[in-house]
Design a protein. Structure first.
Length: 586
């Protein structure tokens, strides 16, 4: 049975005796409680009216009921004892087992007067119960820290973010209203800092801050997938959005139009760039922040997942004196990272390497990087034409979006420059037809193009929980139909290191099309896409699927990941048949 001592003292008397309240304040709180039909406890009314802190109220309640009061701190519980009660029960009733000594279970609760709860704990646990009074806030904080906890406590998270070393590099901003004042208050700043700090710590590439029906939802994109991080009360949306706009130098009074900006923050002694995009929705503005952290991205070609033979051929292509090298793939497939790594590999004091980007994602040494400014008319094509007068040896164009940019890039390649750029296509051969569709003549493409690299990103199996397994029969049949046979299959079963996903990090899968004389003639002759794919396979090009399944064989990724990004790709079809299935690459 619980050790609770009935006391003739009342909560109001103890609060007055300890100097926390006056008698008039207690009477006013009692009146407010009665006006509400006694639907709330007196202590709740006092805290809501900000007459006392929650800690002061619980401390006095502990005295009234003759139980100890504890200011709970991290690791004040025995992890082996927590599971004496079902996790759902602990979270729903805010009853946290702390430790068990001589068959006496010490439990922290916020309402020591709730004898029914105490008796129920005794029945569920099978032990005698010793109650410790603690604030609901402190109990939630510890529950949040439990493994696999689904509880998110915004007040506690804001306090925890004080340890996050996030410093904004910003200029002074004029005061333009109450929302900005709210956005500048410490709790909102600490919340936004926590969201950014935690995203960088988790290795997230994007932060989604989106209004929901009843809450503001924060999600992180980690290894290409979105995961819920926390939920925040809906009323904080304007302040949080305004704080981020202030950081990015955006107009906080404009809520009807999308806005884009950039933030530079110092985190743990290093600079992290954040690209901010806001978009108005019916429930409020959604904000997406792209995290550009050089620490989490390797710009070394050897770390990007290239097969040994393919990497050797890749090096040969990027060391050519002139021509165009294209990298293709959908958004988020790592095209920019591959190009940065290629430039990093060939940059030197002897080369003038220049880039035209929108925006500049990573700043590289020995490379001259130029930012496109569409608003003032500095487009890709105009910037590229101007750049040709800067005596470049190597040029990187962030993306070929239109005929003018494509023609200028080809002209640069034909006049002795090595040009790198990207396109959005499903596979390597489709890059040729995409440029034809832009309006560029086939003979110019055939003359200027050196190589096309198509790539995707797949998730790596977590090395700490990787295990062999027997896949479903449907997967084995699909692989046999495609001509692949494996002795063993691996997957991650989930652990703390990988957030129970079974995956940790990503790696590239590639197909490299090197343009030879036969291929140039086929391009100039405007051969069909199917014919070009047949030539590519004949020349020995490995498809995305072939490279991916080699990584499956090596235990790096799973079959499902390769099916997801490459599917039964066109390059695996029989070229003699003259037909090719549409790939599922993007």
């Amino acid at each position: 049975m619980a050790t609770v001592t009935n006391s003739p003292q009342r909560l109001g008397d103890v609060l007055v005796a300890r100097g926390y309240l006056t008698e008039e304040q207690v009477l006013a709180a009692l009146s407010a409680q009665q006006a509400g039909g006694r639907s709330k406890l007196l202590g709740e009314v006092i805290v809501e009216q900000e007459l006392c802190t929650e800690d002061q109220v619980v401390e006095c309640l502990a005295h009234v009921y003759g139980v100890p009061y504890a200011k709970l701190e991290a690791r004040m519980y025995d992890p082996k004892v927590v599971d004496v009660l079902p996790r759902e029960y602990v979270e729903n009733n805010l009853a946290l087992p702390l430790f068990l000594i001589d068959d006496v279970l010490t439990v922290a609760i916020s309402e020591p007067s709730n004898v029914f709860l105490i008796d129920e704990i005794g029945v569920l646990s099978g032990h005698r119960v010793q109650v410790v009074a603690a604030t609901a806030r402190d109990i939630r904080r510890l529950i949040t820290s439990l493994p696999n906890s689904k509880v998110f406590v915004i007040d506690d998270i804001i306090e925890d973010s004080q340890d996050a070393d996030v410093t904004l590099i910003e200029e002074a901003i004029e005061d333009i209203g109450d929302i900005e004042e709210i956005a500048g208050r410490s709790p909102v700043i600490r919340l936004v800092n926590y969201v950014i700090f935690n995203a960088v710590k988790e290795g997230a590439s994007d932060i989604h801050i989106e209004p929901g029906e009843r809450c503001l939802r924060v999600r992180y994109r980690i290894d290409g997938r979105l995961y819920k991080s926390l939920e925040v009360p809906q009323h904080l949306l304007p302040a949080v959005t305004s704080r981020i706009k202030i950081m990015a130098g955006l107009d906080i009074s404009e809520r009807r139009l999308p806005q884009d900006g950039r933030v530079h923050v110092m985190l743990e002694g290093r600079k992290v760039d954040l690209r901010v995009s806001t978009f108005p929705m019916n429930k409020g503005e959604k904000t997406v922040i792209r995290v550009l952290d050089t620490k989490s991205v390797s710009l070394n070609l050897e770390d990007l997942g290239f097969a040994e033979d393919l990497l050797r051929e890749f090096h040969r292509c990027i060391e050519a004196p002139n021509g165009i090298f294209l990298v293709t793939g959908p958004t988020g497939s790592g095209k920019s990272t591959t190009l940065y790594a290629a430039l990093n590999a060939i940059s030197s004091m002897e080369n003038n390497v220049c880039t035209v980007e929108d925006p500049i994602e990573y700043h590289l040494p020995l490379i001259n990087q130029f930012q496109v400014q569409e608003r003032i008319g500095l487009t890709f094509s105009r910037a590229l034409r101007t750049l040709l007068r800067q005596d470049p040896d190597v040029i990187m164009v962030g993306e070929i979006r239109d005929e003018e940019t494509a023609r200028t890039a080809i002209q640069a390649a034909l006049t002795g420059h090595l040009v790198f750029s990207t396109l959005h296509t499903n596979d390597a051969c489709s890059a040729i037809t995409r440029m034809v569709n832009m309006g560029v003549e086939s003979y110019l493409i055939g003359a200027a193009l050196n190589a096309v690299l198509a790539q995707r990103l797949v998730r790596r199996i977590c090395p700490k929980c990787r295990q062999s397994y027997d896949p479903p029969r449907t997967i084995r049949k699909a692989l046999e139909k495609m001509g692949y046979h494996f002795d063993s299959f691996h997957k991650g079963v989930g652990c703390k290191s990988c957030r129970n996903t079974g995956f940790r990090g990503r790696i590239g899968v590639h197909e490299l099309l090197v343009i030879n004389d036969e291929f140039r003639d086929a391009i100039a002759a405007e051969r069909s896409l199917g014919h070009l794919r047949g030539l590519a396979q004949k020349s020995g090009m490995l498809s995305l699927a072939a490279d991916g399944f080699q990584k499956v064989k090596e235990g790096i990724t799973t079959v499902e990941e390769i099916f997801h990004v490459a599917g039964e790709t066109r390059s695996d079809a029989d070229p003699a048949a003259g037909t090719y299935e549409e790939g599922a690459g993007s």
